[in-house]
Design a protein. Sequence first.
Length: 227
Amino acid sequence: MKVTALSLPLLASLASAGPLTERQSCPKVHVFGARETTVPQGYGTSQGLVDQVVRAYSGATKEAIVYPACGGQSNCGGASYDSSQTQGTAAVVKAVTDFNKKCPDTKIVLIGYSQGGQIMDNALCGGAGNTLTGAALASVKAAIFMGDPRNVNGLPYNVGTCKNKGFAARPSGFQCKPADPSIIQSYCDSTDPYCCNGNDANSHQQYVNKYGSQALTFIKKLLDASP
């Protein structure tokens, strides 16, 4: 084929179209959600808040963490709680890291409910194998845990009425590492038997209804303030 001077700009534009299109396909905001124990694959109760964030930012996308979400029950495959949360933590680290490699400028939000909150907590603050690091960790601009069994009284990001601890609580004096705790809010009330020592299981399912607007305001503040 004879290449003319006129065709050179066209060839140059075609050569650059691939990478440009890929960059343009990346959203400004991407939300990862993680469900609670025994709930079928998807977002579980976290979906209400996940969807609020997606609606707040044009073009935002969402993705559910794929993990057992089990505690030994047959309807979720029989995986033990410890195995499930370990697998879930690894799934969070992999999902966020892979997404950040593909879309390095996208701002990421993590929202986890109950065991889903625990695996997000582990991925940011340690306690179950690998944690997020480097660019992937920096891409996470906000994280919300709701009914997280790792809750313990006195953490700087706690929200709610619980003054005790969950059944998989952090040790007294715990400090979140390697994440910056200022990007986190963890919601737990005293009546909750899973993240606290209450006896009202129904209250464990009410965090999006009760605190969803507050959590969304926190997320938007951090997203809007980050470059």
